[in-house]
Design a binder for this molecule. Structure first.
Ligand code: NAG
Length: 139
């Protein structure tokens, strides 16, 4: 009898635990991403122009320390790609993918944020605005 009661409690516990975990699990799905592109150059403005197949986010001139940010929702996630033309000075320009399905799933899913730090020596990626890894050179 005692054992029976115990397994009953255990099952109720399992069900409750499962239900209470559901919102957390849902929040871990990869959707509603935000992308930040930070001008981390030491003294140049950064010209930036980002696109997806559906969006033209316009031309922006970011001062040193400036942060160009945009977000997008679940409905456009599948195969979503955002890329940006970046330019500073007279001889540095490059187009990079700032968000792809792969970047989203593999690197930004946990925080749902993708950060790019644009520096003289290249493009650094982070998903938490703290630990940075260099992903691309300018050339
Ligand atoms: C990223 O980190 C910098 C430096 O700590 C801070 O000034 C900035 O507000 C942060 N941006 C976001 C979006 O967390």
């Amino acid at each position: 009898m005692y054992n029976h009661l115990l397994s009953c409690f255990f099952i109720i516990f399992l069900i409750t635990f499962h239900i209470s975990q559901a919102p957390t699990l849902a929040a871990d799905f990869c959707w509603r991403f935000r992308v930040h592109i930070i001008n981390a150059l030491s003294h140049d403005n950064l010209d930036i122009h980002c696109y997806s197949l559906d969006d033209d986010l316009g031309e922006h001139n970011l001062g040193v320390g400036g942060d160009f940010t945009f977000k997008f929702g679940e409905h456009v996630i599948l195969h979503t790609r955002f890329w940006c033309d970046m330019k500073y000075g007279s001889d540095h320009s490059k187009t990079i993918d700032v968000f792809t399905e792969n970047i989203g799933n593999k690197h930004c899913c946990h925080t749902r944020k993708c950060f790019w730090s644009v520096r003289e020596d290249g493009f650094y990626f982070s998903n938490n605005n703290q630990s940075w890894v260099k992903w691309y050179d300018w050339s």
